[in-house]
Design a protein. Structure first.
Length: 462
């Protein structure tokens, strides 16, 4: 097997009985084994690397190919990580010589430290590779379909009709993929429901040209985004036994006789979480790390401050006049877009509503039915998954981490059908005229708190 048989995508060419060189005098120690890693000695651009599998055997490496044999069987995730590393610029820099004749010396490979297992990174790489393969298949389908126009004796009219019919799915795929470049589409379809609905309303209001409702909708969407992020951060911090002093501000608001929490309290929580010391010791893929980057120092923080000032002015009747409103709307919309761009990670942290849990004592896992509340509509189909823990509550909201861990959001966020609008909604604790109420993130409707107040006390919210 020569280096020409190894593709840059990690593929290994199939056997060719006529073109390949076949010999029966190769010593056994030179025979490749399933699980071996091949690395190109000659480097043009980046190194080639591939995994030998049973289908590639029998074979032996020849020419400018290094064979790396693991001392033990590696999990597929770790293997993918090592292959990605071997194809990287870091390994390419080991090569010496002129361009086109650069080589990696065996002595330079010996001290090279391969990456340790990292499930989250390996999963991310695998998802990228899967996406690339899928798009390559779609591209090949489109090319084949376009090339088939004149392969039959049909007329041009018949060819046009058949191409339109056969190409419909390909066109729809391309249109759907293109929409993902539109931030508003990502928000509408991939953001958590409470945030997506508020942002969709702001988008719709602005499209009508009715400036004042659009301006208010933008400010309410900004508060909903920060409130959701802060409430989730509070729940995650409690789960990780992280003490947040900013929670005392929230506690005083809910325990006092004045109004409930607002942008000031939500911002204080997010700013405290942003401190690296609070997150020390957490796994690298813990969601708190991403929430910490929502309003960092700089442009995003300035945008948040401007939106908070506008929200405070609007709440006290200090709306921009008819002359200033168009410019104020444009500036507020720009600031909101900046925050939304910082919050794109929310699309990868699903909000789910668990509807039932069945624990299997013998299998030691739970069968969970749930609703995935991502996008701007709460009417979604029920999905199912297995989970290796019985500590899951039916009826509660959970955040799904990148490691598929479920993080309980109760009592920071609860859910039920709203008594005011009869729409399924999410709620957080609030205070109105000295009375504890629950307030909807989606609509702002509020009424007497229905959940267990004692749980608020146990979690430090009261």
């Amino acid at each position: 097997m020569w280096i020409k048989h190894v593709g840059r995508d990690g593929s290994i060419a199939e056997h060719d009985a006529e073109a390949d060189i076949w010999r029966n005098d190769v010593a056994q120690r030179f025979h490749l084994q399933a699980g071996d890693l091949l690395l190109s000695e000659v480097v043009t651009g980046r190194p080639k690397a591939a995994l030998v599998q049973e289908a590639d055997l029998p074979a032996a490496a020849a020419g400018s190919v290094y064979v790396l044999r693991p001392r033990r069987v590696l999990p597929p995730e770790h293997t993918r990580l090592i292959l990605a590393f071997l194809r990287s610029e870091r390994v390419a820099r080991l090569a010496y010589g002129d361009f086109g004749r650069s080589r990696i010396r065996r002595t330079d490979l010996a001290p090279l430290k391969l990456p340790e297992p990292d499930e989250a990174l390996a999963t991310a790489l695998n998802e990228l590779e899967s996406a690339g393969r899928r798009m390559s298949r779609w591209s090949a389908e489109a090319t084949a379909l376009a090339g088939s126009v004149f392969e039959t004796e049909q007329s041009l009219d018949e060819a046009r009709r058949s191409i339109i019919a056969a190409g419909q799915l390909i066109r729809l795929r391309a249109e759907a993929a293109g929409e993902l470049d539109d931030p508003d589409h990502t928000v509408r379809t991939r953001f958590p429901y409470p945030v997506a609905l508020r942002l969709r309303e702001a988008e719709a209001r602005r499209s009508t040209g009715d400036l004042e409702p659009a301006y208010r909708a933008i400010l309410e969407a900004a508060e909903a985004l920060l409130a959701y992020a802060a409430l989730v951060a509070g729940a995650l911090a409690r789960d990780a036994a992280i003490d947040l002093s900013s929670m005392a501000l929230l506690q005083r608001k809910l325990a006092g006789a004045a109004g409930g929490p607002g942008l000031g309290e939500w911002t204080a929580i997010l700013q405290e979480v942003a401190g690296a010391k609070k997150r020390r010791g957490l796994n690298p893929d813990h969601p708190l790390h991403e929430l910490a980057d929502l309003v960092p120092e700089g442009e995003a923080q300035q945008a948040r401050s401007r939106l908070a000032a506008r929200r405070n002015d609007a709440a006290h009747g200090r709306m921009p006049d008819a002359v200033d409103l168009p410019q104020a709307l444009e500036e507020a919309s720009h600031d909101l877009s900046l925050l939304v761009s910082r919050a794109r990670f929310l699309a990868d942290l699903p909000l789910i509503h668990v509807t039932s849990v069945a624990w299997d004592v013998f299998r030691r896992d739970a069968s969970i039915s749930y609703r995935r509340l991502m996008g701007d509509h709460p009417v979604v189909p029920t999905s199912f998954m297995n989970y290796p823990s019985s500590a899951v509550e039916p009826g509660s909201l959970y955040l799904v981490g990148r490691d598929h861990h479920l993080y309980l959001l109760r009592p920071f966020l609860t859910c039920e059908v709203c008594e005011t609008c009869r729409a399924w909604s999410t709620f957080h604790g609030d205070k109105v005229k000295g009375q504890l109420v629950q307030k909807s993130l989606e609509h702002g409707h509020n009424y007497s708190y229905k959940a267990d107040v004692e749980v608020l006390r146990q979690t430090g919210l009261m």
